[in-house]
Write a new protein. Sequence first.
Length: 253
Amino acid sequence: METIAPSRNWLRAEVLIVLGLSLGQSAVYSLLSLVQALAAGPLSGQSTSLNSSLRENAWLDLLYQLLSISFTLVPVALAVLLLTLTAGSLHQALVDLGADLARPLRDLWQGLLITAGIGLPGLAIYYLGRLLGATVEVIPAALDTHWWTLPILVLHAVKNAVLEEVVVVGYLFQRLERLGWSPRRIIVVSAMLRGAYHTYQGVGPGLANLVMGLVFGEWYRRTRRTMPLVIAHTLLDVFAFVGYALLQDVIAT
């Protein structure tokens, strides 16, 4: 497969389209949600729910959850496809993303290390934000309890990790590099985007995710690997989603 060298105008349009179909769109709606929440009153008295039930019927809810996860990952497939056109092959595109399976054990232990380094500070910032009234109460798992609830929460965690790390780190970094952006500028813009699409949770989580974005962006700059970031992000969300759901079940009993 021959490689393609897109023009600068093509790359600008491509990045805008990919982000407009995915996390750029989320950032716009998230910022609007924050403005509405601030206008409604103190953030400390408000809440937002993640991973809510989509239908009352259990089987329909399962179907819609799976469809939601699948369609959310379509922009990832688009980003990888576009990277494949310039890399020459799918394998090379995955290697450039650092999303191949060449070093699974090393990616795993690095992902665990990142999880520990990001998770505890993130929780501290969230609770500090709650104390300062700058963060809404986040309910990580609002799904009704079914036999498939925990597996679906894990799939949502994987979906979030793949979408964010592939698009906002790997894809965006490579495309902005081709446009001549400096690594520092790319990292800052990527982190600001990450922070922006989390502002529906309040100012605190937005800032926490901005910091997380700076760390993840620098990681990719140094290692060119997104797989440890996907692993770390997945684990962070699994702990939040599944841990909350299990805790709620314990409290209920």
